[in-house]
Ligand binder design. Structure first.
Ligand code: GAR
Length: 199
């Protein structure tokens, strides 16, 4: 199976997934990084590992449809079976999601459906929650929605700062995202309505 990772930023999840593939924990090829941000650190990380990088800058396209059509061209060329969103800070259109139905995963740094959006860790911390966590889910056309595959709880201690909480969340992300991808690749995820059964 061929995987494409979509990312916009640092790429620590990208690295964790690439590591799991290299170690043979996930039996798949990491064929492509699709990045929409020319300044993203993830680009260097992929290049150092010899993984093909495609930079698609939304500003270079007049419409979202054109932007996504270009991405689809690359995905088809590389015969991609699974799309993994790892900090890709852009909402995919309904058409795009339909095109790859049930073959797009996302990770979110909170316990969905709480604290959706781009600042999940900060929003949960500032809200004063005692527990937060990480969610991996299938993607539908709404932001941070779609059937949940795995969730892990992270406790917020009284002496936690935003920075210490971020560290704990990322550590959990780097464990459960490769785990969820492995389950997908092994054909062990069965979607039944909103629920995902792990076989
Ligand atoms: C991760 O914490 C991921 O959960 C989050 O972006 C970060 C990317 O970090 N995604 C979202 O907030 C999606 N709504 P990374 O570039 O170091 O992997």
């Amino acid at each position: 199976m061929n995987i494409a990772i979509f990312a916009s930023g640092r790429g620590t999840n990208f690295s964790a997934i690439a590591r799991a593939i290299k170690k043979g924990k996930i039996k798949a090829n990491l064929s492509l990084l699709i990045c929409d941000n020319p300044k993203a650190k993830v680009i260097g990380k992929a290049k150092r590992l010899g993984i093909k990088v495609v930079l698609v800058n939304r500003e270079d396209f007049s419409t979202k449809k054109d932007f996504e059509t270009k991405i689809i061209e690359y995905l088809e060329k590389e015969k991609i079976d699974l799309i993994v969103l790892a900090g890709f800070m852009r909402l995919l259109s309904k058409d795009f999601v339909e095109r790859f139905k049930d073959h797009i995963l996302n990770i979110h740094p909170a316990l969905l459906p709480s604290f959706k959006g781009t600042e999940g860790i900060k929003d949960a911390f500032e809200y004063g929650v005692k527990v937060t966590g990480v969610t991996v889910h299938f993607v539908d056309e709404k932001m941070d929605q779609g059937p949940i595959i795995l969730q892990r709880v992270v406790k917020v201690k009284e002496d936690d700062t935003l920075e210490s909480l971020e560290k704990k969340i990322h550590k959990v992300e780097h464990k459960i995202y490769p785990e969820a991808i492995r389950l997908f690749i092994e054909g062990r995820l069965k979607i039944e309505g909103r629920k995902v059964k792990i076989l």
